[in-house]
Ligand binder design. Structure first.
Ligand SMILES: C[S@@+](CC[C@H](N)C(=O)[O-])C[C@H]1O[C@@H](n2cnc3c(N)ncnc32)[C@H](O)[C@@H]1O
Length: 232
């Protein structure tokens, strides 16, 4: 169930936008999002195992994972994914199990398939963010984590007004400027077995957040609870 009007983005607009971004994506968005990507990967590697990168794009983050992690990547944009395939071949990334053109809202993976689901700069580009998070939770193994890096819209003030003004243009570029953190809080609170475990500000300007959700394990506990206990 979507909690806000999501008529602002549709898949056709998004795929068209990323077909245009593909040739220049790394140049424009490589460095600016680097710290967020590194932070997400560091969090994912605490768990390791089989990792799904949703909206893997040009595969820019794939070389940064440890070779012990098994990586699967999906993206709705075939031109973006072709870049990822070239990167995997050029760098000989043998820990990449596969790359598929696939919609984040309808993942063709079985339930409980991955130890970690990572989505960097993706949730604000999908038409139905809550339905997409439901899919992430479904394919995640008990005890696993969803790790997002995502833009958070301002709640008030000048930035809020600017984001509102810029939203129609942003839509054509393939993303939303308006997205409240409260949507994540509400999704976690209504989703059985999922818990919000971290929110961390990320550059540029702290307008992005690293967000982690944990999935209850078979004993009804969360991995975070284990690590907190182990550290205390
Ligand atoms: C801003 S880019 C982020 C790419 C990469 N994760 C990064 O760190 O730079 C957003 C990516 O999400 C993909 N995307 C958008 N909507 C999607 C959907 N419904 N299913 C799968 N991928 C989607 C886009 O094609 C694009 O590659």
């Amino acid at each position: 169930m979507n909690t806000l009007s999501d008529a602002d983005l549709d898949k056709q607009t998004v795929t068209k936008a990323y077909a245009r971004w593909a040739p220049v994506y790394d140049l424009v968005f490589g460095a600016v999002f680097e710290r967020g990507r590194h932070a997400a990967i560091a969090s994912a590697e605490r768990i390791g195992g089989r990792i799904l990168e949703v909206g893997v794009g040009t595969g820019i983050s794939l070389p940064n994972y440890s070779k012990n992690c098994r990586l699967c990547g999906i993206d709705i944009s075939a031109p973006m994914l072709r870049k990822a395939e070239e990167r995997v071949a050029e760098l000989g990334l043998t820990n990449v199990e596969g790359l598929w053109v696939m919609d984040a809202e309808r993942l063709s993976f079985d339930d409980n398939s991955f130890d970690v689901v990572v989505a960097q700069y993706v949730i604000t580009t999908v038409p139905n963010p809550e339905a997409t998070l439901d899919e992430f939770a479904r394919v995640l193994k008990p005890g696993g984590e969803i790790i997002l890096v995502s833009r958070i819209g301002a709640e008030a003030g000048l930035r809020r007004s600017l984001e509102h003004w810029f939203q129609p243009a942003a839509r054509k570029l393939g993303w939303r400027t308006e997205f409240s953190f409260d949507r994540y809080v509400r999704w976690a609170s209504r989703t059985a077995g999922m818990r919000l475990i971290e929110r961390r500000a990320m550059p540029p300007f702290g307008h992005f957040n690293l967000i982690r959700f944990g999935k209850e394990d078979e004993a009804g506990e969360f991995l975070e609870a284990h690590s907190v206990r182990a550290a205390s």
